[in-house]
Design a binder for this molecule. Structure first.
Ligand code: MG
Length: 222
């Protein structure tokens, strides 16, 4: 009974919140995506707007991390469909390059299926010690900006930059700087999403990923 009453009591407020959230500010500025309500977006882009106090969360995720490291270290693999993982009958892929993703290949796919979908697929053995090394370099870059880092895996992390070590007021600028630093130090691309919570920041970084549909299949011309 209490629950029903609570729900009835909250219903009008929830409705208002939903209507408010429908006014989602979804904009691409300098290649960065925001995903949040309009009021929070306003305070993220304008630090002088003190009407709403929100946290500033950046989700940074490396693009096709293991495959990109392999393509960086071996020029013969660049521009080719490659998959990192075992090529054997029971092998499973950890990562596929964007050239391979055009063929519908993705991580956690059995190698046999991947080879059937893309006969030219190049299988590369994982080198986890190298990936850990690169991951450490990336984390050192994060640590220059904030001490509030929540790593999710070797290649992605949440950063809370509400009060950051460089005292930069705009989260977009921090994210752009971090991406540029990662590119300069490691030679690899990262995607970043910004929002006022982790869930939406992660969604935003996914939206910012290169899309296989926007890439060209090179084999169509041969
Ligand atoms: Mg990644």
């Amino acid at each position: 009974m209490t629950l029903v009453n609570t729900r009835l009591h909250q219903a009008p407020r929830r409705d208002v919140a939903c209507r408010h959230f429908r006014r989602v500010a979804f904009s691409a500025t300098n290649g960065m995506f925001f995903l949040c309500s309009f009021r929070c977006w306003r305070s993220l882009v304008n630090p002088m707007d003190h009407t709403v106090h929100v946290r500033k969360i950046i989700h940074v995720d490396m693009d096709a991390f293991y495959a990109s490291v392999e393509q960086r270290d071996n020029p013969d693999l660049r521009g080719k469909p490659i998959a990192v993982g075992g090529a054997g009958a029971r092998g499973v892929l950890t990562t596929a390059s964007y050239e391979a993703r055009i063929f519908g290949i993705h991580s956690a796919m059995p190698s046999v299926t991947a080879a059937r979908k893309c006969p030219d697929l190049i299988f590369v053995k994982p080198r986890f010690e190298v990936y850990r090394e690169v991951s450490q370099q990336i984390r050192e870059i994060f640590a220059e900006y904030t001490s509030l880092i929540e790593p999710l895996s070797l290649d992605e992390a949440y950063l809370d930059v509400t009060e950051n070590l460089k005292e930069m007021p705009i989260a977009t600028e921090i994210a752009l700087e971090i991406r540029a630093r990662i590119k300069a130090v490691t030679g690899l691309n990262a995607s970043a999403g910004i929002s006022y919570n982790k869930f939406l920041a992660k969604m935003a970084s996914d939206l910012n990923k290169p899309k296989p549909s926007s890439l060209q299949r090179t084999d169509r011309h041969s």
